[in-house]
Design a protein around this ligand. Structure first.
Ligand SMILES: NC(=O)c1ccc[n+]([C@@H]2O[C@H](COP(=O)([O-])OP(=O)(O)OC[C@H]3O[C@@H](n4cnc5c(N)ncnc54)[C@H](O)[C@@H]3O)[C@@H](O)[C@H]2O)c1
Ligand SMILES: O=c1ccn([C@@H]2O[C@H](COP(=O)(O)OP(=O)(O)O[C@H]3O[C@H](CO)[C@@H](O)[C@H](O)[C@H]3O)[C@@H](O)[C@H]2O)c(=O)[nH]1
Length: 296
């Protein structure tokens, strides 16, 4: 048996496959390793030759480490909000240290998709069959679920009315930009949590065909951002599609009932939104501006 894990990212599949950081080959027989290695001679990457169990563990361990980094960033972002620090600066400040690096530290609505959640759970499941202390990994899963629920709490805090009956416009349902994948998507999960709290949720994602996509909850999918945002008490950006920054916010603001945008990906232009008369709330930044507007 040979284990040959793949490390490409959705949305970058061809680039990542042609430019791998490493090739991992786990085989019991040297002949099998030699044969599989020969298939990769056109690619310029270090080859890690190992046994099948270690190869499988490399895959789970890599995805779990990425999940740990993201969750750490999300925890820091929440802390920043409470103590008046700025997550962007904190991230830059720690990221210059090459031992830490500056990737997978973007605060957001929790990690998801078809790979990270599955592989963290697989690592936990594998460890459960042993006496290994898995406290860190259990905490990772629990904390990621907490960070998704936290977005619902933030929406609730930003609304000038109860969440029940409020109109929430969700921009982005895919688990990240450059894909239409809804598997284990934090965005879809959060939208469903809001709908379960009896908010009226209208959602738009540029890669999701509203007419062809069944949703489990009470979500209304729309074919445009304009349609999703019309009448909204609050706009919630959950996927980092670049086009959301380019939306005609002046026009959208006129059709909204409220004046707050919660951008969980930190990609919108604060000056542009302010010019449109909207209050922008991001993760990991103090939000006194909105609190001041509410108490004025
Ligand atoms: N999605 C990614 O970006 C990505 C990246 C790297 C590695 N991987 C790994 O690749 C694998 C597949 O991921 P995916 O996202 O393409 O999943 P997927 O669910 O989209 O595709 C899996 C396919 O395998 C088929 N299948 C499942 N069991 C089968 C069986 N017993 N016999 C024949 N066909 C079977 C399914 O019908 C499906 O078409 C996973 O192990 C994943 O961890 C995925
Ligand atoms: O700084 C970051 C980076 C990512 N994410 C989130 O993390 C999740 C995963 O993102 P990404 O790694 O880009 O997605 P995948 O395409 O699922 O790729 C991961 O899973 C694949 C399948 O196992 C592996 O091959 C890849 O190496 C691994 O990056 C998504 O919800 C992202 O929004 C963040 O919140 N902040």
């Amino acid at each position: 048996m040979i284990s040959n894990p793949e490390f490409l990212r959705e949305g970058h599949a061809i680039h990542d496959w042609l430019n791998p950081d490493r090739i991992v080959i786990g085989a019991d027989e040297p002949e099998s390793t030699r044969y599989l290695s020969s298939l990769y001679t056109s690619l310029d990457a270090p080859v890690v030759e190992t046994d099948p169990t270690s190869a499988e563990l490399i895959k789970y361990a890599a995805n779990t480490f990425l999940a740990l980094k993201i969750t750490y960033a999300n925890t820091l972002a929440e802390l920043c909000e409470h103590i008046g620090a700025n997550i962007t600066d904190v991230r830059t400040g720690i990221g210059h240290d090459p031992r830490i690096g500056n990737t997978y530290l973007d605060a957001g609505p929790g990690w998801g998709g078809p790979c990270l959640p599955k592989d963290v759970r697989a690592l936990v499941s594998t460890g459960t069959r042993t006496t290994t202390d898995l406290g860190l990994l259990h905490a990772l899963l629990e904390t990621n679920a907490y960070h998704q629920r936290r977005i619902v709490t933030l929406v609730e805090q930003l609304l000038p009315r109860p969440l029940t009956g409020a109109r929430v416009a969700v921009l982005g349902l895919a688990f990240k930009a450059a894909t239409n994948d809804l598997r284990d998507s934090p965005a879809l999960h959060i939208a469903n949590l809001l709908a379960a709290r009896r908010a009226h949720v209208t959602a738009y994602d540029p890669a999701i065909d509203a007419s062809a996509t069944p949703t489990a909850g009470q979500l209304t999918l729309t074919e445009s951002a304009t349609a999703a945002v019309a009448g909204a008490d609050v706009v919630l950006v959950l996927t980092e599609w670049p086009e959301f920054a380019e939306l005609p916010w002046h026009h959208l603001a006129r059709d909204m009932r409220g004046d707050v945008v919660l951008d969980t990906r930190g990609k919108l232009d604060r000056t542009l939104l302010r010019g449109a008369g909207l209050h922008l709330r991001t993760l990991g930044e103090p939000f006194s501006e909105i609190a001041a507007a509410r108490t004025a």
